[in-house]
Ligand binder design. Sequence first.
Ligand SMILES: Cc1cc2nc3c(=O)[nH]c(=O)nc-3n(C[C@H](O)[C@H](O)[C@H](O)COP(=O)(O)OP(=O)(O)OC[C@H]3O[C@@H](n4cnc5c(N)ncnc54)[C@H](O)[C@@H]3O)c2cc1C
Length: 393
Amino acid sequence: MDLRPDDATRERLAQARTLGRELIRPVGLEADRLGRPTPPDHPFFEQLVRLGLGRTRWTGEPPKKRAAVVGNARGMLCVAEELSYWDRGVAVSFPGPGLGEPPLLSMGTDEQRERFLTPFRGSDRPRWGSFAMTEPGAGSDVAGIRASARRDGDTWILDGDKSFAANASRADWIVVWVTVDASLGREGHRAFVVEQGTPGLGGFHVERKMGLKAYESTSFTLRECRVPAANLIGGEEHYARRAGFKGAMQSFNATRPTIAAMAVGIGRSALDEAAAFAREAGVLRDVRVRDRLERVRRRLRVARLLCWRAAWLADHRQPNVMEASMSKAFAPTAAFEAASLGMELLGMEGGRGDHLIEKLFRDVKAMDIVEGTGQIQRLLMARKLVGLPRDPA
Ligand SMILES: Cc1cc2nc3c(=O)[nH]c(=O)nc-3n(C[C@H](O)[C@H](O)[C@H](O)COP(=O)(O)OP(=O)(O)OC[C@H]3O[C@@H](n4cnc5c(N)ncnc54)[C@H](O)[C@@H]3O)c2cc1C
């Protein structure tokens, strides 16, 4: 595995660092102070679009072997880590197709990629896509989703409730997972692109969160929501032989290492803040403090290598399900330890609630929850270890 970033990644990292210092960190602190997401008409988003950010990675060509990621997965991870170093909430608020992109890449037809991703190829304005799997009664138990779809001529009628979907109320479209028959479990799953403004899509409610306040996590409802059959991702033939569920899992194998890399970014930031505070407070003389700081750095490096390994396998079109889970199970705990140590060193300063470490401590917790909790990843890996089938998601 060659660990050196290529020239394009190096350039993007330098851009992320400058953007992070000058814009991302201040925008994140502002959202945290105000306790609400950065509004879609904030000039920050226009600026990102002018810089050529917020675009799809789809080049217009059919993706190789229907992969859920196109381009350089490891390069993407490095940039995601760096952006999250400055503010992970802001990184998720960036315009772009977001988590809606992987299912379109891996399962979508050429016509669907053309329709839904082309507007993101050279955006004239900030645009967002979104991904909604979670429901009030179905988080880890992905197979238990109850939002339903029934066919009616050339359309499908969708009904149900979705929770915590990133950027959903501002999105041009949302990739919504539903079931055609809940008794079929995963085999009944279908993914639709539901376009903003479709009658029956509504009830948007931006949730309150303990951290990552810069981006919106939104619940919404589908009530007799009529969607054209052409918006069923991959068309009906795709869903033969559990392909729908495979599509969701392919998406997660692509996105879990990215979430893990983002956790590493938050952890690095917490470590830098903790070490700076310890230096200022004069406690670096204490070998116990130095040892604990070093332990955090070591665990973050291990986490990063796990992420890179998962991405390297994806780049070489090799299965990465185990490595994706490993990175997702490990990185958030390492990052949490970094923020936790920072809070401990800060003592009273941290308790006041106006130090960056305190914000990072609130931000980092979600990294263990989203895209499959750490517990679920450990469960999956343990089942694989002893040769049991995958269950749950
Ligand atoms: C900030 C944030 C952003 C999010 N963004 C999105 C998004 O963009 N799109 C989207 O669809 N969803 C999103 N989610 C939802 C997220 O994916 C779910 O919260 C997550 O899957 C966990 O589901 P749950 O909250 O229902 O917890 P539950 O599934 O109820 O789990 C609660 C606890 O029980 C444990 N547990 C559950 N099942 C088992 C089991 N079988 N064995 C052992 N332990 C188990 C879990 O590990 C966890 O600790 C987001 C959530 C958050 C907090």
